[in-house]
Design a protein around this ligand. Structure first.
Ligand SMILES: *Cc1c(COP(=O)(O)O)cnc(C)c1O
Length: 359
């Protein structure tokens, strides 16, 4: 009995690897990447910084200098603890590994980020999704009832939410944080594109952590996620972080980038103004409904039954978007489109405009 089927955990055998389509030569509007390159002058300085790295040495295990840069750039109070992860995906894994006692569960609104369910499964937590309401807002009574019933070890909420793009009303979000008996994590992956954030709440709640990432800011290739908040919680998770999870190139590159945080926040502001242009253009297409977004993507609903054909038609014209229509019942006929450059958005609108008119 030397086969994996005999030895690997059954819930792992059921999984298929996360699939990322080949995108070479495509207008890539499927993965919420920042479409802008680093300005040429900064690229040059960054390359010089990397020159001095000693790749024969292990990285700084604690990432002390990078943490200092993160704190300065994002105004994280000294009273908050900070943990670095190889992307927020790794942070999710660390948290769930720590919480996976017998019978422990994670509770999250749905539709939500696919990795929440995926990592809950691989770490052995019971996953429970609570449907959002018809406006994709938190169904607060349903969330409170589920919290009372199941006493989840972890309540996980992306604010703004992916794949719906909207931000939840603060009042309802607070009610959920206050009702949760265990850890609450607000995933602010899209904070650069949103009017508000929950950083101030850290002073009020000792079971609250905020997770961020530099991926959507323009550094998806570096793999750096951040978890901040309640020191006892951060200290309890830290032993699960592998000592060299943030490699030397990432520490140096992210440190450099955060010294130029303003340049990235300016790109984020440009993305926000392009988002409004894109949303207006999409809303003018026949049969298309656009949902409000505070992220760097927009969710739209197309005419019933058309999502697969439109996504395929776009792909045939070298435009890649995310077809989320089968991801959750409330996303029927929905596509998720990342905001690109002005030119990319124009191409998307032209091609999609032709396709919906011919449909
Ligand atoms: C994109 C995204 C992330 C980012 O994950 P990384 O591993 O840091 O790239 C995290 N949370 C949500 C909700 C996202 O949409």
């Amino acid at each position: 009995m030397t086969t994996p089927q005999h030895w690997v955990r059954p819930e792992i055998l059921e999984l298929t690897p996360y699939h990322v389509p080949d995108a070479s030569g495509m207008v890539k509007l499927d993965a919420m990447e920042n479409p802008y390159a680093l300005p040429a002058e900064l690229r040059e300085q960054w390359a010089q910084r990397l020159h001095t790295l000693e790749l024969n040495r292990y990285p700084d295990a604690g990432g002390a200098q990078l943490k200092q840069r993160v704190r300065q750039a994002m105004n994280i109070p000294d009273s908050a603890g900070l943990l670095l992860g190889n992307g927020s995906d790794e942070i999710l894994q660390i948290m769930m590994l720590a919480l996976a006692r017998d019978g422990a569960s994670v509770l999250t609104p749905e539709p939500g980020f696919a990795m929440f369910a995926m990592i809950a499964r691989t770490t052995g937590l019971t996953y429970r999704g609570v449907p959002l309401d018809a406006d994709f807002q938190l169904d607060v009574p349903a969330m409170l009832a589920a919290i009372a019933r199941h006493a989840p070890a972890l309540v996980l909420i992306a604010q703004p939410n992916n794949p719906t793009g909207n931000a939840f009303d603060a009042e309802g979000l607070r009610a959920v944080v206050e009702a949760a008996p265990g850890l609450v994590v607000i995933d602010e992956a899209y904070y650069p594109f949103s009017a508000g954030n929950c950083l101030d709440w850290l002073a009020e709640y000792d079971n609250l952590l905020i997770m961020r990432t530099v991926s959507k800011l323009g550094l998806a290739g570096l793999r750096l996620g951040l978890l901040m908040g309640s020191k006892p919680w951060i200290e309890a998770l830290e032993p699960l972080r592998l000592p060299y999870n943030i490699n030397s190139l990432t520490q140096a590159s992210a440190g450099f980038a955060l010294e130029h945080y303003d340049a990235f926040m300016q790109q984020a502001a440009a993305i926000v103004s392009q988002r409004d242009v894109l949303a207006t253009g999409l809303a003018s297409l026949p049969g298309v409904t656009v949902f409000p977004s505070e992220a760097n993507f927009v969710l739209l609903r197309v005419s019933a039954g058309q999502a697969d054909a439109l996504a395929a038609g776009l792909r045939d014209q070298n435009v890649l978007v995310k077809n989320v229509s089968a991801a959750h019942p409330s996303l029927h006929d929905c596509l998720r489109i990342t905001v690109g450059t002005e030119q990319e958005n124009r191409i998307l609108l032209e091609v999609l405009g032709r396709l919906v008119t011919d449909a």
